[in-house]
Design a binder for this molecule. Structure first.
Ligand SMILES: Cc1cc2nc3c(=O)[nH]c(=O)nc-3n(C[C@H](O)[C@H](O)[C@H](O)COP(=O)(O)OP(=O)(O)OC[C@H]3O[C@@H](n4cnc5c(N)ncnc54)[C@H](O)[C@@H]3O)c2cc1C
Length: 426
């Protein structure tokens, strides 16, 4: 418990800020959050929540492509499921309205939770005027602890200044009157891949400009190649090793110029900087408050962060990577099980993806894993628990998974990594 009435002032009400506020309130502090754009921060209002809401609609559209194979017929004049799925169209204004409504509702939920916990919220721009004093407008607030959780903004490149109409940052996508017919996504990283995947499923023709050899260069290559293969199979134009130099408006669209002289046409486009994820921001905020208010803490273990790329299929990973193993940074054995061999995946009608586990040689402690699958974001928790709690493959292998289930591939991979005590390769 903190000293009674320890005064905590937090500048910024995103996951870094509001999760810290909840910890401080639980420990009995007097807490004030200052936020100028709406509780939940960019995470809830412009970035994470809106993009995942868009992807929810996109995922359903993508799933409809497989309805015929699953034996579904529709009671329409042109009765085939193929016809229905090929005629399904995203109603862009409704999709965007749902995204905005859901973001505002989530922001209201954060506000209600903070109010229930007795956290004071000030709507305004905070500034640190001197140690222990924060000002909002002309009002000065004294604090024993100040937490700065002001987030980050999208970088604007000199040769591609966003105009909010045709040249867009990730925050300007939801105010469009319609779905872009031709979307050029520049940037082969997570945000770019998620938007490319989502808008393609919604019906846009997507050109994905990647300066690197393949999409998602920071992920395990085999996982990234599954996603790139699905992108191409669904008709996306993926331009690898193509660095975009600039982008400008034309009479009826945009033109992206590549460093090699080619052009591509389209109709549209955190404060510590550690690892820009909402889950990391929230954990940093909690650790800062536990530490500041006298609780025992563990430093943030970046190697244990579970992260997901919400493409179709999703890529979720935690702990050691294939590159760590291949480079000898960690001494581990790996097992990869294609989803095509998983009974539940067969029943659900998908085969793109795999479950991969890494376990330390000798001890068999689980060091990490990669899951490429629909809802990999949900499936990774089992691997994440194993990494955080340093479970061995024997312990994971003896854990019950439901049959049939995708998590069955996790326990099966662990079983395949088990080795008899006298095995010389341990
Ligand atoms: C398109 C996109 C999709 C993403 N998807 C995911 C995802 O699926 N999963 C995931 O984990 N992460 C995701 N992220 C990253 C995630 O959004 C960020 O890591 C997270 O928002 C960081 O939280 P934060 O609290 O540090 O900052 P923010 O959420 O940015 O909140 C900071 C708040 O502080 C306010 N502020 C700034 N200065 C002041 C001031 N002086 N006074 C008052 N208020 C101030 C800002 O207006 C803002 O509201 C995504 C990011 C993007 C761009």
């Amino acid at each position: 418990m903190s000293q009674p009435h320890t005064r905590v002032v937090i500048i910024g009400g995103g996951p870094g800020g509001y999760e810290a506020a909840l910890v401080a309130a639980q420990l009995g502090a007097d807490v004030t959050v200052i936020e100028d754009s709406g509780l939940g921060g960019s995470c809830v209002l412009t970035d994470c929540v809106p993009s995942k809401t868009l992807i929810a609609t996109a995922s359903l559209m993508a799933a409809m492509e497989g309805t015929k194979d699953l034996g579904i017929k529709f009671d329409h004049d042109d009765a085939s499921a193929e016809a229905v799925s090929s005629h399904a169209q995203a109603d862009a204004p409704r999709v965007y309205a749902r995204i905005r409504d859901l973001a505002l509702a989530q922001s209201a939920d954060v506000a209600a939770r903070l109010a229930r916990e007795g956290v004071r919220v000030i709507d305004g721009r905070g500034r640190l005027v001197r140690p222990g004093v924060v000002a909002v407008g002309d009002t000065e607030i004294r604090a024993d602890t100040v937490l700065i959780a002001t987030g980050a903004r999208p970088r604007e490149l000199p040769g591609a200044v966003p105009d909010g109409e045709r040249l867009l940052t990730s925050r300007q996508l939801y105010d469009l009157p319609e779905l872009p017919s031709d979307l050029v996504v520049v940037g082969s990283g997570v945000t770019g891949a998620e938007f490319a995947s989502g808008f393609q499923a919604l019906g846009s023709r997507v050109t994905f400009v990647s300066s690197r050899e393949h999409v998602l260069p920071n992920e395990d290559t085999d996982a990234a190649m599954v996603v790139e293969g699905v992108f191409r199979r669904r008709g996306m134009t993926v331009l690898s090793k193509s660095r975009a130099e600039s982008a400008s408006r034309t009479a009826d669209g945009v033109e992206v110029r590549l460093e090699d002289g080619r052009t591509v046409r389209g109709s549209a486009g955190d404060c510590t900087g550690v690892w820009m994820l909402a889950s990391v921001a929230a954990m940093q905020g909690r650790i800062a408050m536990w530490h500041s208010l006298g609780e025992a803490v563990q430093p943030l273990r970046l190697g244990h962060v579970a992260a997901t790329i919400f493409t179709e299929p999703e890529i979720a990973a935690v702990g050691a990577s294939q590159q760590d193993v291949d480079s000898g940074k960690v001494l581990a054995r790996a097992v990869k099980l294609p989803l095509a061999t998983n009974a539940r995946a067969k029943m659900d009608g998908f085969s793109d993806g795999f479950v991969k586990l890494f376990a330390r040689r000798n001890s068999g402690i689980v060091l990490g894993g990669v899951i490429v699958a629909p809802r990999a974001s949900d499936l990774i928790l089992g691997v994440s628990l194993a990494v955080e709690q340093q479970l061995t493959v024997d312990e994971v292998a003896h854990t019950f998974a439901v049959y049939p289930s995708l998590t069955g591939s996790i326990t099966e991979a662990a079983r395949q990594l088990m080795q008899p005590a006298d095995d010389p390769s341990r």
